[in-house]
Design a protein around this ligand. Structure first.
Ligand SMILES: Nc1ncnc2c1ncn2[C@@H]1O[C@H](COP(=O)(O)OP(=O)(O)OP(=O)(O)O)[C@@H](O)[C@H]1O
Ligand SMILES: [Mg+2]
Length: 230
């Protein structure tokens, strides 16, 4: 069976993951690859419904296990419906957030025991680990400011104009509303994972222009993945 490449983008809020996932997908398509861009939580119809629930800022769960199981359920469906079939067909899958976000948001900076997350990862992810994970690193304040700017955009629309499409279902999600200390911890968590798994993860400085970041990402993909098939 052929197997494509599984690339994930990770990092804090507003670090540029979605921007770079799109840029990389365009570049890979230019090179003739079949590319699927997807995201977590979500990525399949069932998981997108769970995403709405998971990110709803008005709906706080007080049971860390309940939250972790919802993420795991969404991921199981996403892997089964989208990621594994695309990889099996030899395509490139680019996923905007994946297992490291769970480890960091729910484990490192969150309330779920790492032992529990490890068990869920074994059951749900199994062997479908990313071939390459790009961690976009920026200070928490910078990322949050970017995310806030983006979220304020619809406010400036004249009433007669058609409102711009909202980038997501909910303006401020449940994690964005957490305090700065939480977001600083997220940054530490992603860096720590990259330090522990250097074969899979590469950290990219996200405090440069989107073009510069995209150039870096492309060199990494060429060095880590394209060179294998040359
Ligand atoms: N390198 C960059 N420099 C400045 N602004 C950027 C850069 N990359 C992205 N942006 C802008 O910052 C905002 C957030 O970018 P993007 O949505 O790609 O980040 P994200 O990591 O996907 O955020 P989130 O975690 O909230 O999904 C967008 O308005 C985007 O246009
Ligand atoms: Mg995004």
């Amino acid at each position: 069976m052929t197997s494509g490449w599984f690339i994930t983008f990770e990092g804090g809020e507003g670090s540029g993951k979605s921007t770079q996932a799109k840029r990389l997908s365009e570049r890979l398509k230019e090179e003739g690859h079949s590319v699927t861009v997807t995201r977590e939580p979500g990525g399949s119809p069932f998981a997108e419904r769970l995403r709405t629930l998971i990110l709803d800022p008005t709906l706080e769960t007080h049971t860390p296990l309940a939250e972790a199981l919802l993420f795991a359920s969404a991921r199981a469906d996403h892997l089964d419906q989208v990621i594994r079939p695309s990889l099996a067909a030899g395509g490139v899958v680019i996923c905007d957030r994946f297992l490291d976000s769970t480890r960091v948001y729910q484990g490192y900076a969150g309330r779920v025991e790492p032992r529990l997350l490890e068990a869920l990862e074994l059951i749900v992810v199994q062997h479908t680990k990313p071939d390459l994970t790009i961690v976009i690193d920026i200070p928490a304040e910078v990322g949050l400011a970017r995310a806030a700017l983006r979220m304020e955009a619809p406010v400036h629309t004249a009433p007669s104009e058609k409102p711009p499409k909202q980038p997501r279902g909910l303006l401020t999600d449940r994690f964005e509303t957490r305090d700065l200390a939480f977001h600083k911890k997220l940054r530490e968590g992603f860096i720590e994972i990259a330090r522990l798994e250097p074969q899979r993860c590469v950290v990219v400085d996200g405090q440069r222009s989107p073009d510069e970041v995209a150039r870096d990402v492309w060199s990494i993909v060429q060095a880590r993945l394209l060179s294998d098939t040359a």
